[in-house]
Design a protein around this ligand. Structure first.
Ligand code: CUA
Length: 237
């Protein structure tokens, strides 16, 4: 979870997010090198002396400063493309979770398990426990097994929402009439927080997402306790 003064990316909890962070650092390094070079050149212009008054063309330098940026762009484009296809890969998921965006809450369905379904609302500030996180905690968490491939199906019932978990590198739009798919793999237990990231209306800021990453045994225990729960009942009771 991100706390105050954390301006960078969150610690990754999945292999894909790890790759995304590597790519971010790689791109940033190239950016810094370009900025330093251009900054140096612009600074040195202040000390320019007007020699070469009859210089009209420079074929060689123009060749260099046309081709060099193209090569630098390739060094960003190829890893970016690799990552794009890596993120799209679905590798035999063991659990499928369907998340449906509503104004303004998420509802979830475990279609593999007799369609366990429930709503997940943000806990209002005045009802928070002392150890709760304001604008981030929900009444019913998603429980999912760690160290397993998990497929997420995202859709929405009214307007476009976006199901986003920064620590897992997941960000999928939920669009009415469509079913988007992605997958992730959680490599440690814990709570992973996310928020809707598509401007979806007045309470857009108040539809957070919480995933409880647990060992597979605990997940099976949890899901078998809730296999016959109805929509209105809390799955955690
Ligand atoms: Cu749903 Cu923003």
């Amino acid at each position: 979870m991100s706390t105050w003064a954390n301006l960078g990316l969150q610690d990754s909890a999945s292999p894909l997010m790890e790759q995304l962070i590597f790519f971010h650092d790689h791109a940033l390094l190239i950016l810094v090198m370009i900025t330093v070079l251009v900054g140096y050149l612009m600074f040195m212009l202040f000390f320019n002396s007007y020699i070469n008054r009859f210089l009209l063309h420079g074929q060689l330098i123009e060749m260099i400063w046309t081709i060099l940026p193209a090569i630098i762009l390739l060094f960003i484009a190829l890893p970016s493309l690799r990552l794009l296809y890596l993120l799209d890969e679905i590798n035999e998921p063991s659990v499928t979770l369907k998340s449906i965006g509503h104004q303004w809450y998420w509802s979830y369905e475990y279609s593999d398990f007799n369609n366990v379904e429930f709503d997940s609302y943000m806990i209002p500030t005045n009802e928070l426990e002392n150890d709760g996180f304001r604008l981030l905690d929900v009444d019913n968490r998603i429980v999912l097994p760690m160290n397993s491939q998990i497929r997420i199906l995202v859709t929405a019932a009214d307007v476009i929402h976006s199901w986003t978990i920064p620590a897992l590198g997941v960000k999928v739009d939920g669009t009415p009439g469509r079913l988007n798919q992605t997958n992730f793999f959680m490599n440690r237990p814990g709570l992973f927080y996310g928020q809707c990231s598509e401007i979806c209306g007045a309470n857009h800021s108040f539809m957070p997402i919480v995933i409880e990453s647990v060992p597979v045994n605990n997940f099976i225990k949890w899901i078998s306790n809730n296999v016959n729960s109805s929509v209105d009942e809390s799955p955690l009771t």
